[in-house]
Structures are given as C-alpha cells and as structure tokens.
Design a binder for this molecule. Structure first.
Ligand SMILES: [Zn+2]
Length: 593
C-alpha cells in the first residue's frame, strides 16, 4: 500500500517540476512576463462568461433523458450496502466505484490510501426484546463499533441518568449484570408537519440572505463536555460490570425521530473515538426506537421490574484498517491547461444502520453519473476533470482532508492541551498553511452531500468573486430550478478540506426533502428515499458546473489565502480608540476564549 502512494506523489512532483520550465520558457517571449507567471485565478476575470450552450443542451439530454443514476444507486445501496469506514463493505465500494469509473471510460482510476483509520466492523444481527413483565419486540441496532454480546444475554433493566460525573456515584455497586437504559426519556411529539418538503421561495430567500450576526455553533464546549462525560460513563459501566446499554434514538427535524426511524451514529455511542481499539466501547450498546425505550422507562419509573434480552452479533475485521479514496479522471486536452484540474466528489462512506442512500450514496452516484455523462459525450475538457470519492467523512472528513494534505497542503492545528484531545475536525486551525505546488493547479472542487434533493443553487463559501460567474452559468438552468447563489459558508462536509487550504470548494444548495427529518444517519436511509428525478437533475447541473470550470480560460477566482495564525491578532480590540481612557498595563496574558 505504501508503494503506490509514494509512486503517485513522485509522479505529481515530476509533472509539476517539468511544467514551470516550459511555462517560464514561454513567458520570455511574452511582453507581459509578470502577468504570465501568475496563476490565472489571480488575473482579472472576464465580465462575460463564454458558455457553450450546445454542450449545455447535450448534457441536459444525456443527464435528464438517458439517466443511469438509479442503476448506480441500486448497485451501491442494494448490491454493496452500508459502508462504514474501515469495514469490508467500504472496501468493496471503493473497488466497485474504481472499476465502474474505469469501465465508463475514465483514465487513472485507482484507490489512494489516506492512512490508518481504526477497527473494521460489521453488524451481522442485532435484536432486543422485553422478556418480562410482558414480551415485546424492540426496534434496535448496534451502535457503530459496539462489541458483540457473544450470544443472547438477559438481565434486569436499570435506568441511569448521568448529567455530570458526580452522578455516577449513586450507581456504584448497582449495575453488575444489568441492562442499563442510558439517558432521559424525551418528549415524543406528534408528527404534525410534513417529513418530506421542498424549499419554497421563502426558504430559499433565507438561504440566500447573508446572516449578519454569527450563527449558533453546534459543537460548543457543552457538546464537548457531554462527549467527555460519555467516555467516563463507558469506563464506569465497564468497572461496574454492566451487561449492555440501551440508548434512546435522538429526535429528527419535524419530530421525525419516531415511528420506526432511529438515528444510529456516534452521537448514540459511548465516545467519538470508539472506532479505535484503545477507545472501544466496553459493553454492547444498542440504540432503540423511542417508543420501545419509553415503555421500559415508564415501567422502571413505576418500580416494575423489567427483564431485557438482547443479542448483538458483530464482527471485527481488523484493528488497523486503512482508509481509501476512489480517484479517476477525464484527462485535459489543452496543452497549456491540461495539468490544471477541476474536481468533483462526495463521500462514499456511510453509517451502518441502513444503506446510506441519501448520506451519501446520493452524492456518490451523482458524481459517478457526471463522469458517465461527460464520458458518453466524449467531451474534450481543456483542464483535467477528476472525481474523488472520500471515506472517513462521517468521523471527521478524513478521506478528503488527507487527500488534500497529500496533494495540495494542510493547516497545522492548535496543540494547546484542551485542543489536542478533541477530534481533529473540531480543533482550532493554528496555521500558517503549508502548501504544495499543486495547490496552484486546481481551479475548484464541487461537492454533493446534502441528500437526494435536486440542486437549487450553490453556496459560495464566502467567495463572492464567484457570484457573477455562477450567475451566468445558472441563467440557462432556471427551468431546472437552479436559481440561488448564497455567499454563506456551509459546513460539515468535504468541500471544507479544500476551502481550508485556499482552494475554491463548493457545496451545492439542495432541496431538503426528508433528509433532516428522516434519512440522515437513520435506519431508513435506503434506496426508497432516493428521488430519481432529483438525482438526474443534480448530475446534469453538476456536470455543467464541472464542464464550465474545465473549459473557461481562467481558473476560478479565489478568496485571500487563509491565515489562521493571524486570526487572534485580527480580532483583537483596537487600541487607543476611547477618548480619555488611561492606559493600563496588562499583567497576565488574556485567556484564550
Ligand atoms: Zn454525508
């Protein structure tokens, strides 16, 4: 595995070092040599985009009326199944996508090792039932990387509510041989709003309008404290010899976390790093439908003894599994531009409770369909078009982050003691950026990872210089519903890895449908949730974006290069602003917020 990695890096370097020589040679004959040596994204952009409307038309016909996106979808979701990073299935998916991309005519289809991930894990079967005072069959699934129960286990249920570490004290000596219900029962509200909705004009206007005050952060210090507490609870459960843990499924938007839908991801398990052997959850953990949890909870509250039987049958397939990205290309044909690339992609990995159809089978098959459309039309792009299907996204965007690190550059992270213990994707960037030569050779990256909904527009990630360009591109796509350009920064998926090192990285605005209500990380994220018309539209629109990026004279404009190392200084209050203020010497350096 190391050999191909080293090999590809060497090739990249060779290509790079052979290029500037010829470019420099040319610039001598050019009267404006300083302009010619600049990467084209630094030059003034043309006011008018040259659009190949014949190609628009051909892509629309191939994408909308000859779509094959659902065939890829069924093969990936039904044929391969859940794709938890590190699992045998995700390896199968890497190989299948590589082979399909090669078969449709892509060149250089291969896998790239992004490094060691952790444990390989497969859920073979999970069942949970109440055995007394009545019998009942529960809807449950194992939390990812839960250990096996090694056969059927049976135990008295006990409810445990831990809001802070001190709460553990009162459960000392009480958990041995017990099945622990962990966490408060939540309100189960009626589903009185639709679970499936399209964005209306008002919703879209809201997305387009730029927020003037900072948006609330999801991963607050409180969230991190809860994460830490979960790990302490896990250690306590092990030391007290609890048998197993049942966690209630969290809620979804519009009260979608009921009625048979359960959400099964790291938020239900006993710690963020449970995929690493040294952080393995010490007892089997299942996530249960809220209604099932509720019945046991109420019985226990009423002092009725409850016996639970369960069987968590899982298989660990290795402790040091590596992660891989699937990469393939349509080579550029313009002698001057073919070493520049435009990338598209999405993450191939999923959680394991269903087949990861909307998260992110959808983005994967859309990107594959884009490559199929462009191959079928035998396009001759000026720049190279490269697809990247990432893994390890769900645990921290590892696949794209490491791909970017290996090819384009990286952002050193804070090494402050409180930061080191966080998952990497939550750590503060410290900078300064470390860049590789190829960072100047990538025009842009386009990502689809907000479910199965059609593309309504694009988030600029605050790269507002892009607005007039994309506005012209989407003008002929209005009838497909593509109208919105939002300057907003959107978070939580792989375009961030590119954006972080100064490469224009974009996530499309997609119709919301039932993503947040029902499908995202749930046991209901299956082929049935995919909307064929929406996916065909998304592939058509993305193909046009990618094609335009590959064909225009210049690379897409960039934001100023991020300088995380200067952030603190830039945000520091101005000095000597207040008239009459007396200068006070600061004794202690101010604490970091
Ligand atoms: Zn996703």
């Amino acid at each position: 595995m190391r050999y191909p990695k080293l090999f590809s890096v060497t090739i990249t370097l060779l290509i790079y070092f052979s290029l500037p020589l010829s470019a420099a040679g040319k610039s001598k004959t050019n009267t404006n040599s300083s302009e010619a040596s600049k990467p084209s994204y630094e030059l003034p952009q043309p006011a008018k985009e040259t659009l190949d409307l014949t190609m628009y038309q051909q892509i629309r016909i191939e994408g909308l009326t000859h779509s094959h996106v659902m065939e890829y979808a069924s093969a990936l979701m039904d044929g391969i199944g859940p794709r938890l990073t590190g699992s045998p299935n995700v390896k199968h998916a890497n190989e299948w996508t590589r082979d399909q991309l090669a078969a449709m005519g892509c060149t250089n289809a291969h896998l790239e090792d992004w490094g060691e991930f952790g444990m390989g894990w497969q859920q073979l079967n999970t069942w949970t039932r109440m055995a007394s005072p009545d019998t009942a069959v529960f809807i449950t699934q194992a939390a990812p990387w839960s250990p096996s129960s090694n056969g059927t286990i049976s135990g008295q249920a006990i409810w445990m509510d831990v809001k802070k570490e001190e709460d553990l004290e009162k459960y000392k000596g009480k958990l041995a041989g017990k099945v622990v219900l962990l966490g408060d029962m939540r309100d189960v509200k009626p589903v009185d709003k639709p679970l499936f909705e399209r964005e209306d004009e008002k919703d879209l206007a809201k997305i387009v309008e730029h927020p003037l005050s900072p948006e609330p952060e999801y991963f607050t210090p409180e969230f991190m404290k809860r994460l830490e507490l979960r790990q302490k609870v896990a250690a306590f459960l092990a030391s007290e010899h609890a048998l197993a843990v049942i966690v209630p499924s969290r809620e979804g938007r519009n009260n979608g976390g009921s009625g048979g839908t359960i959400f099964v991801d790291s938020s239900g398990g006993l710690g963020w790093f449970s995929y690493q052997r040294e952080h393995i959850q010490p007892v089997p953990v299942v996530i249960a439908a809220i209604e099932n949890y509720g019945r046991v909870y109420r019985l226990l509250k009423a002092n009725v003894p409850v016996t639970i039987e369960l069987n968590v049958d899982v298989k660990f397939t290795g402790d040091h599994e590596h992660g891989f990205d699937t990469i393939a290309e349509i080579p550029g044909t313009d002698p001057k531009l073919k070493d520049e690339v435009v990338m598209l992609g999405g993450h191939l990995d999923s959680w394991a409770a269903a087949t990861g159809a909307t998260d992110n089978g959808a983005g994967t098959v859309v990107a594959m369909e884009v490559m199929r459309i462009l191959n079928t039309l035998k396009v001759k792009p000026r720049r190279t078009i490269r697809i990247g299907l990432w893994t390890g996204e769900e645990q921290g965007e590892f696949g794209s982050l490491n791909y970017v690190k290996q090819h384009f550059g990286f952002v050193p992270l804070s090494t402050a003691p409180d930061q080191v213990k966080l998952p990497e994707w939550l750590r503060k960037p410290a900078g300064p950026l470390v860049l590789k030569p190829d960072q100047q050779k990538i025009s842009g990256y386009f990502n689809v990872d907000n479910g199965t909904g059609k593309i309504l527009g694009v988030y600029l990630q605050e790269n507002v210089a892009e607005a007039p360009i994309f506005a012209q591109w989407i003008e002929p796509l209005k009838d497909l519903g593509v109208t919105a350009i939002s300057a907003r920064d959107t978070e939580g998926t792989d375009h961030e890895s590119f954006d972080a090192v100064g490469i224009p990285g974009f996530q499309f605005i997609q119709d919301k449908l039932d993503y947040a209500t029902r499908t995202h990380h749930s046991n209901m994220d299956t082929y049935e949730r995919l909307q064929p018309g929406d996916l065909a539209q998304a592939a058509t629109v993305e193909a046009i974006f990618v094609y335009n990026t590959a064909m225009r004279d210049q690379m897409l404009p960039r934001k100023p290069l991020p300088h995380p190392e200067l952030e603190e200084q830039r945000k520091a209050p101005l000095k000597k602003v207040m008239p009459g203020a007396v200068e006070v010497e600061e004794k202690e350096p101010k604490e970091n917020k």
